[in-house]
Design a protein around this ligand. Structure first.
Ligand code: MG
Length: 385
């Protein structure tokens, strides 16, 4: 264990549905993925953060795992209040205590790495550090009519993540009187006699609370993104004695597609379209036919590899459109199963996957039933450099 091991607690225990959409806001979609996935990713990708532990209501753990789309995330049950939820998270870490802990709210999805850098640097000197921004607006007292103006020069707006020396925040939580409600973790640590410092926050870190906040956040995300569209195309030969995999679904037919892998022409076309959006070669350069590892391989693996590369680069798949070109079998009866399988593999909502089919009027190799062709278009949103 390195001396400065840092663990992040991502607080996603809220049940508030006032942001609209009928689900707790951390699960509402923002930029094509659930809101909590944004903050999770920002924390997970920071080189100083060893682990991200998510605190969420026990009955929402399955939803959290699904929203994050990654295996093996440590989930902790939240409590009745935010304080209890944080305490539960801190206690879980006590078995293998980190040196430092970041406590962040899932409702602040856009977390710049520079803020984490500043917080952790400040922990070299202080037991706690919090990001804050000066108050820009004029502040006044109000008692039915406008009263005095409040001097704002010493006032700051506090954001998260808040960073602490682990032992200090754990002690503060363990010793806090059960009947007192603190405003936040920093206040609790301060009350145990530690100095907390302020580091520069970021306007991107604004908390998302109301329905209109989602609209602003979407606009901000769009302004910071590039939309890429790329195509993929593939052909495989139909042969007797082969199984027919199309779009990740095994389809009963008197012939199947032949190739080095399972020859799923549809998944290959989509894989190439996805790789095209990130200018990362093609399926052959990632999975060379000369490599015996890919003999008979499940093409779902190729597709998910391309999707992982996009996610690793901070991208989000917005849409996939597939066209299967063949005379037989008829695709219509299998269309829903293929759509569902592709959506599942890419962890996309069904409405973001389109599957179409056409014949070539008995013309050409597809028309003669010698092979099946597939073409795909993928739309991906990538963070602007
Ligand atoms: Mg192929």
């Amino acid at each position: 264990m390195s001396e400065a091991r840092t663990v992040a607690l991502l607080m996603a225990a809220g049940r508030g549905v006032r942001s609209g959409g009928g689900v707790p806001k951390q699960f509402r979609t923002l930029g094509g993925r659930p809101m909590l996935a944004h903050a999770y990713r920002a924390l997970r990708l920071h080189p100083a953060v060893a682990e991200v532990v998510v605190v969420a209501a026990a009955d929402q753990h399955a939803a959290v795992a699904d929203a994050l789309g990654v295996e093996g995330v440590r989930l902790v049950a939240g409590g009745a209040t935010r304080r209890e939820s944080v305490r539960n998270g801190l206690e879980v870490l006590a078995d293998n205590p980190p040196a430092r802990v970041l406590i962040h709210d899932a409702a602040r999805p856009f977390l710049p790495a520079e803020v984490i850098d500043r917080l952790l640097a400040a922990l070299g000197t202080y037991a706690g550090a919090i990001p804050a921004l000066p108050v820009a607006d004029t502040l006044v007292r109000y008692d039915g009519v406008m009263s005095d103006t409040v001097d704002r020069t010493a006032l700051y707006r506090v954001q998260t993540p808040q960073a602490f020396v682990y032992g200090a925040v754990l002690t503060a939580h363990r010793s806090w009187p059960a009947d007192q409600d603190p405003t936040d973790d920093a206040q609790m640590v301060r009350d145990t006699g530690h100095e907390i410092t302020l580091v520069q926050g970021d306007p991107m870190l604004e908390k998302i609370t109301h329905p209109q906040d989602f609209a602003y956040a979407e606009a901000r995300l769009a302004a910071a993104s590039d939309v890429r569209v790329a195509t993929g195309f593939d052909v495989h030969r139909l042969e007797a004695g082969e199984r027919l995999w199309l779009g990740g679904v095994l389809i009963p037919h008197d012939k199947g597609l032949s190739g080095h892998s399972d020859a799923d022409v549809a998944l290959h076309a989509i894989t190439d379209a996805l790789l095209g959006t990130i200018v990362d070669g093609d399926i052959g350069s990632h999975f060379p036919p000369s490599d015996p590892r890919w003999r008979g391989a499940d093409s779902a693996h190729f597709l998910q590899h391309a999707a992982d590369l996009i996610a690793t680069g901070g991208g989000t798949i917005s849409f996939v459109d597939l066209t299967i070109i063949c005379e037989a079998p008829k695709i219509g009866p299998h269309r829903d199963a293929i759509r569902a399988r592709i959506a599942d593999l890419l962890r996309l909502p069904l409405r973001q996957v389109s599957v179409k089919a056409t014949t070539t009027e008995r013309l050409g190799f597809t028309g003669r039933g010698e092979g099946i062709a597939a073409q795909a278009v993928a739309t991906v949103r990538l963070p602007r450099d």
